[in-house]
Design a protein around this ligand. Sequence first.
Ligand code: GTP
Ligand code: SPV
Ligand code: MN
Length: 608
Amino acid sequence: MTAAPTIPGLDNPPLQRREVLDWVAEVAELTTPDRVVWCDGSAEEWTRLTDELVEAGTFTRLDPEKKPNSFHAASDPDDVARVEERTFICSVDPKDAGVTNNWMDPAEMKATMTELYRGCMRGRTMFVIPFCMGPTNAEHPKLGVEISDSPYVVVSMHIMTRMGAQVQERLEEAGSEWVPALHSIGAPLEPGQADVAWPCNETKYISHFPETREIWSFGSGYGGNALLGKKCYSLRIASVMARDEGWLAEHMLILKLISPEDKAYYVAAAFPSACGKTNLAMLQPTIPGWRAETVGDDIAWMRFGDDGRLYAVNPEFGFFGVAPGTNWNTNPNAMRTIEHGNALFTNVALTDDGDVWWEGLEGDPQHLTSWTGDEWTPASAKPAAHPNSRYTVPISQCPVVASEWDDPQGVPISAILFGGRRKTTVPLVTESFDWQHGTFMGATMSSEMTAAAKGGKGQVRRDPMAMLPFLGYNVGDYFQHWVNVGKSADVTKLPSIFYVNWFRRGEDNRFLWPGFGENSRVLKWIIERLEGKAAATETPIGHIPSADQIDLDGISEPMEDIEASLRFDLEEWREELPLIEEWFDKIGDSLPTSMRDELEALKQRLNA
Ligand code: GTP
Ligand code: SPV
Ligand code: MN
């Protein structure tokens, strides 16, 4: 295909890679933008685009004294979260998508979306965004090129991914792997038509083609739907790459813990969306002598190193964190990261003096502009910030970022945590018996749904390894992959697996466990279990600490609550069994027999 010379900018590419140029030309011909801009990730580009976004009314510049180089954006009220119903895994064989994913035939999806894309960038600029997930100096960098007609996406990609000269160089290497990721907000402009602050389309598709490693997104400008390097590439497409190549692409934070003896341990933890990853990743320990540093807050790519240990890399370059609940007490390190500036705030409230505010933040504002642009006072019935409002900020600004966060080698993982948001049943912490049992814990974990996805808030659902919305293939095959990873490894070097729950509640719905910095007590117990130094109590579901087996020194909450948060409850677990059974029946034939065996063994232990 030859470049269409009629579209300004198209014939002026900063790179030579033939497949990229052909693809860009093809998309430009289909979507007919007014111009093409090749993005370079530079500070100049950031300034130009943020100025334009302020001019267009999409961004409000915050007071530079309070938040330097930072901006507020309010989305369309109907474009505030991931749209799981509109997310598709278009494998050739529907079996490869499995029961947990929406499936459509790839040819049919492409035909449908091609018609949606036809002319969809009319009146707009088409941005070409070369990016890299994970360090650009990796042996095999994970490159991508996102095409988007949203300048909000471009500036967000500046924060969330690696961009720039080094990325373009790696992209020029013949045979280097790159994922084409096509995004349009789906809002063409007729000549003379005025734009809106947050253009989008009621029709939305977030489509993945696992065999050809392609992403096609249409209709939404929101983070997970539009920043295609994040969930679409680094989880849905990467999980398929990982299955084929024997590694793991997981929805996990990566945390470095340093003991009073100055020994470093790395922990990875999978919690569903809005269930505490970012908070744990930046935790400020409350127990004396322990320190914590951040490697990643949302995604971990893990592969075995030459020494047989499992090494984790964070593919991202920024945090896309939940704003509500973030404050100087719960997450002081996130607050310091934000204060530094260079941040975007989406769907939070604006103060009258050019700052941002959200529910749970310190201060007692008497007047705000809410995320919907309405006047807000403490008497208002609706929240000032959307429950899924977010901040976007560079990881490098985090005051406790680990020096190795950008190391292509990754960090060796000692423990893997799975956790959900459960009012009942699941104790504060449970240690698995072995890798396969730990895989079973991950495979059967469940959580109350949150505002991070549209619909269903509060409902308990199974969310295996916190990957339910992010898995690019069949969930049964995924469990088998986890089991295989364990079998292929030296057991003495495998991370230990734990199940945690910060969210168990008392009768009046209060949290039984104080959470946040106090979670360091649980981490200490976990590390001491690895070292063979902490005691535990064996129960049918695994090893758990009793109140005297975990460091509770100086904790101010009532001991009955703490004990209730730790407790194994036989009756509650017996009630859980049919729910697990139902989940496994839903998975059907592709469920590994080892997972059925684990369920049988659990049943027997509970009925012994
Ligand atoms: P995503 O970015 O959607 O993947 O979310 P996340 O898993 O990073 O969750 P995050 O750390 O942003 O926390 C989500 C919400 O849970 C916030 O409102 C937090 O204040 C709250 N939260 C986090 N950790 C704890 C905890 O230990 N206890 C309690 N009670 N709430 C917590
Ligand atoms: C999540 O929902 O898990 C997020 C936000 O981290 S998004 O990027 O929208 O997926
Ligand atoms: Mn997440």
